[in-house]
Write a protein of this length. Structure first.
Length: 496
């Protein structure tokens, strides 16, 4: 444990929703919900205004609409979020070489390693400067926690929300943790929390009082020992700048259960293609192909096959996923499919026999044309935001009604830049405004209006001359719509 609070945890405030409010002046101060707009979509992020109605992350979108019917419901724009995240991570990189990103909007920083803090006063000054510069560069706010360990720094940033800074002095950890729920500690999820509750332990203080032997008896040696140390406030985990990826995967949740076996196979092939693109983008190949199937009754099956060598060949992955599908009964209907690759390496040892067999089976290995539908993300969450909903892999093009995603950027030849407020019955409604402008006017067009076209996201903050800022200036690199960021098929949205 450190004697100075030199581990910083940054958590951007309601990141996706805050970025949308910054980009859309008419939504500032109003409830905004970002996530999948389909019947099975879930909430990715809710603005603080929406949270007052009880809306929160991972909530089914249908429930959110009942709680906040007048909120603005938007499809995620991951290209924008990644661009802003890059700006934030660049700011963190100026503080220390040890920056450990946890997601697009969250990271640990070792200030001691960067020489930017060695005591409470310098740590607080660094944290306040960081918050100020994040606001200046991105227009958004972030909450900062400072402590002598990663666990306590994360707890501190949660206490600082929204838009605050909390510093917890080393030596006060046990007093702080004592009255908190056991769920506060890393590694205590719903199942472990319920197991501990049945044993009479609901607070961290009760864990510490139970002792290490009792926790080992209940949870096993590794988990019990780790949990006891954390209950005492001990956390020696270092900030790790590079974390190796363990797997690459994609999954889709469908608005309507799939019953057609041919359609299921086509969706698996489409997912395999997307998975390989993501695998190659990460610079990896892998040996084990994994298929995930969630059936109509919510039962989830996972099947895997390990190849003779690592591959990033789409035909090989597609064929392996198809073989795995043959062993799964899908007659009752499928609500979710996923394809992943594990056992990652940074080189490829092609399995020529498997590749040849795959090409023979698919007629030369040509990938089916991909047609993506509405988002339901950051990866890893069951049926979460950022997942696609039920577009047919064989369709050459999405229907015109589905090209206009609620919240996505457009440009009109006459009216300029704007964003889609809603679409349906052959019409699309656009609000014409930009970051930094006054709330704009709303106009409605035919969905096939030749003067209206999709556009890249605009920077949330206009670029400044280098002399005006001590921080490196970054701009979004590519505002093209993110793969898997969805489209709102015929979704009519009331005016915010």
């Amino acid at each position: 444990m450190r004697t100075a609070p030199t581990i910083l945890h940054l958590d951007m405030d309601a990141f996706f929703a805050a970025a949308e409010q910054a980009a859309k002046p008419s939504l500032r101060g109003k409830p905004v919900v970002v996530g999948g707009l389909g019947p099975r979509g879930v909430v990715a992020t809710a603005s603080y205004e929406a949270r007052r109605f009880g809306v929160h992350s991972a909530m089914p979108m249908a429930q959110a609409r009942r709680l906040a019917p007048n909120a603005a419901y938007l499809v995620p724009r991951f290209s924008l979020y990644r661009a802003v995240s890059e700006q934030v991570m660049e700011l963190l990189g100026t503080l220390s070489p040890l920056v450990e990103p946890l997601s697009l909007d969250e990271a640990f920083v070792d200030l001691e390693a960067g020489g930017t803090a060695d005591d409470s006063a310098s740590a607080r000054a660094t944290g306040e400067r960081l918050r100020s510069d994040i606001r200046a560069v991105t227009g958004l706010t972030g909450s900062v926690g400072l402590a002598g360990s990663k666990m306590i720094a994360k707890i501190a940033s949660e206490q600082a929300k929204p838009d605050g800074l909390v510093l917890i002095e080393p030596g006060t950890e046990r007093e702080l943790l004592g009255p908190m729920s056991v769920r506060t500690l890393p590694g205590v999820g719903p199942a472990t929390g319920e197991h501990l509750r049945r044993a009479g332990m609901t607070t961290v203080a009760e864990l510490a009082e139970a002792g290490e032997d009792e926790l080992v008896r209940l949870l096993g040696r590794a988990h019990g020992t780790s949990l006891f140390r954390m209950a005492l406030g001990h956390d020696d985990r270092p900030v790790v700048a590079e974390r190796d990826a363990k797997s690459v995967s994609v999954e889709d949740t469908f608005d309507v259960d799939l019953h057609d076996r041919v359609r299921v196979r086509m969706e698996v092939e489409r997912l395999a293609e997307r998975c390989v693109r993501r695998l190659r983008a990460s610079g990896h190949s892998g040996r084990t192909i994994v298929l995930k199937v969630r059936r109509f009754d919510f039962s989830t099956l996972t099947r895997s096959e390990t190849l003779r060598g690592p591959t990033d060949d789409p035909a090989v992955v597609r064929e392996a996923a198809g073989r795995l599908l043959e062993a799964v009964d899908t007659t009752g209907g499928v609500r979710l499919l996923g394809v992943g690759v594990t056992g990652l390496t940074d080189y490829t040892q092609e399995d020529l026999f498997a590749q040849a067999a795959a090409e023979d089976h698919s007629g030369g290995g040509a990938a089916p044309e991909e047609s993506e539908a509405a988002a339901g993300g950051q990866g890893g969450r069951p049926e979460g935001p950022g997942q696609d909903h039920g577009a047919s892999a064989s369709a050459p093009e999405l229907p015109a009604e589905r090209r206009w995603a609620a919240g996505h950027d457009v440009r009109h030849a006459l009216y300029g830049a704007g964003w889609v407020q809603g679409s349906g019955v052959g019409r699309v409604t656009v609000r014409f405004e930009e970051p930094g402008s006054a709330p704009g006017r709303v106009r409605t067009f035919r969905i096939d209006d030749p003067d209206l076209e999709p556009s890249d996201p605009l920077p949330l903050v206009a670029s400044r001359a280098p002399a005006q800022s001590s921080w490196p200036e970054t701009r979004p690199k590519d505002g093209s719509p993110d793969e898997g960021a969805g489209v709102s098929g015929g979704e009519e949205m009331s005016s915010p």
